[in-house]
Design a protein around this ligand. Structure first.
Ligand code: SF4
Length: 82
């Protein structure tokens, strides 16, 4: 998968990903998180959310902007969640 996604049905609504970026991540009508807009923030935010997620259901995919600062580092850290 190239695009970031969440295994939404497994979300425990802990709020960690929304604290990191509530424009990228949002809750659906069952209060389970999904990727609302991957362009609304950095790949770094998505990877950090994947690392914080207690049930490890956030999959960062590939960065949308390869010019983002320290992108190689974030790609490396994203690997174990994809
Ligand atoms: S961090 Fe994980 S469990 Fe918590 S709200 Fe986000 S997707 Fe759900």
């Amino acid at each position: 998968m190239d695009e970031a996604y969440i295994d939404t049905e497994l979300c425990t609504a802990c709020n960690e990903c929304l604290i990191i970026n509530s424009r990228i991540f949002a809750y659906n009508d069952k209060k389970q998180a999904y990727v609302k807009d991957p362009k609304a923030g950095s790949f770094r935010d998505i990877v950090k959310a994947a690392e914080k997620c207690p049930v490890k259901i956030i999959h960062p995919g590939k960065p949308l902007d390869m010019n983002e600062k320290k992108i190689e580092k974030w790609i490396e850290r994203a690997k174990k969640y994809n």
